[in-house]
Design a protein around this ligand. Structure first.
Ligand code: FMN
Length: 357
């Protein structure tokens, strides 16, 4: 309780008075210095599941963008996340877009960012991941791959990242859905995706970790059908749904709502869950899905799971609710599963599709 009090009353409000990127930098430094609270109560066995040959103690993960350069994996796992996704990592270091490039919309529980893949690059990330794997303790870490803004070949960039980081990743994500790199989201088209996945797959070492695709919420019905078909045909192991949206839903109140970039947080919950649910139907539940977008409570995580998610991730809610959110969501989720008579998490995945016809 003391840790919850300290964050909710002192640290959280102080951080939210700073520019968002400065606050994030301070948070990473504090985490790196070992100042993270450690509420590690053991996970409820109800939340455990085995996926892709890995044991997930709980289904709640940290989504990409928080730990872009694989700097704070151990402290974030220590907060109680079942897994952490680092990245997006680009092959060569690049600065991203000019600041300011992250904006809070507190009235909406939302954020707009146009970071544009600021990344320390592959070499740094590889060294950090290797050091992490050589330490005792460990934990599940997914690696999210991006491309450099000025690269001549997207396929070559993703293939290079996959080959370099596969040995240290519990899973890899090809991220073709960030809205802040020109041309990136066009890689979600059928032909482009087939080429891209073909190039990445042939660059993977053997044995290779599972390869996932991260998609945008702003897709046409035809796009979604194509994505499901291509993923199934090319042996993609799962889909992360979704990234931030370029839409601005009616009713946004935050002063920053007119800023360019990708919107995350509560207003994204509905659209991203709808895409997740559609992908579950289109893939007939044959691919594990990671549901992400606007998760801020155990109830939200539960809705993603019932809509078809095997795992759930969050980022934006952490900015507003702080680190105690992780334990809270897990507690609430276990209670909701029990109340509805599920003996384990696997039984609840996609439940809405079975009971609502
Ligand atoms: C500041 C910020 C940076 C992000 N950077 C990345 C990124 O590098 N790669 C990526 O795949 N997603 C990135 N995302 C998207 C998140 O991983 C997530 O898909 C999205 O924010 C929706 O989840 P949320 O509503 O819980 O934040 C970023 C999000 C935010 C807010």
């Amino acid at each position: 309780m003391a840790a919850a009090f300290v964050f909710d009353r002192l640290i959280g409000p102080a951080l939210r008075r700073l520019d968002p990127e400065t606050a994030h930098g301070l948070t990473l430094r504090a985490l790196g210095a070992g100042l993270a609270p450690r509420p590690r109560e053991g996970d409820d066995p109800l939340l455990a599941q085995r996926l892709w040959g890995r044991d997930f103690a709980n289904p709640l993960g940290l989504s990409a963008g928080f730990d872009k350069d694989a700097a704070v994996m151990a402290p974030m796992l220590g907060l109680g996340f079942g897994f952490v996704e680092v990245g997006s990592i680009t092959p060569r270091p690049q600065p991203g877009n000019p600041r300011p490039r992250i904006f809070r919309l507190p009235e909406d529980g939302a954020v707009i960012n146009r970071l544009g893949f600021n990344s320390g690059g592959l070499v740094q990330a590889r060294a950090r991941l290797q050091a992490f794997r050589n330490r005792p303790g460990g934990g599940l870490v997914g690696v999210n791959l991006g491309k450099n803004k000025d690269s001549a070949s997207a396929g070559a960039d993703y293939a290079e990242g996959a080959a370099a980081l596969a040995p240290f990743a519990d899973y890899l994500v090809v991220n073709v859905s960030s809205p802040n790199t020109p041309g990136l989201r066009a890689l979600q088209g059928r032909g482009e995706l087939e080429d891209l996945l073909g190039q990445v797959t042939s660059a993977l070492p053997s044995p290779a970790p599972p390869l996932l695709l991260k998609i945008a919420p702003d897709l046409t019905d035809a796009d979604k059908r194509d994505i499901a078909e291509v993923c199934l045909a090319q042996g993609v192991a799962g889909i992360v749904a979704t990234n931030t949206t370029v839409q601005r839903p009616d009713g946004l109140r935050g002063d920053a709502r007119g800023e360019a970039g990708g919107l995350s947080g509560q207003p994204l919950f509905g659209p991203s869950t709808a895409v997740l649910s559609e992908l579950y139907s289109l893939t007939e539940g044959r691919l594990p899905l990671i549901g992400v977008g606007g998760v801020a409570s155990g109830g939200d995580a539960y809705r993603k799971i019932r809509a078809g998610a095997s795992l759930v991730q969050l980022y934006t809610a952490l900015i507003y609710q702080g680190p105690n959110l992780v334990a809270r969501i897990k507690r609430e989720l276990a209670r909701l599963l029990r109340e509805d008579g599920f003996e384990n998490i696997t039984a609840a995945i996609g439940a809405d599709h079975r009971y609502s016809g």
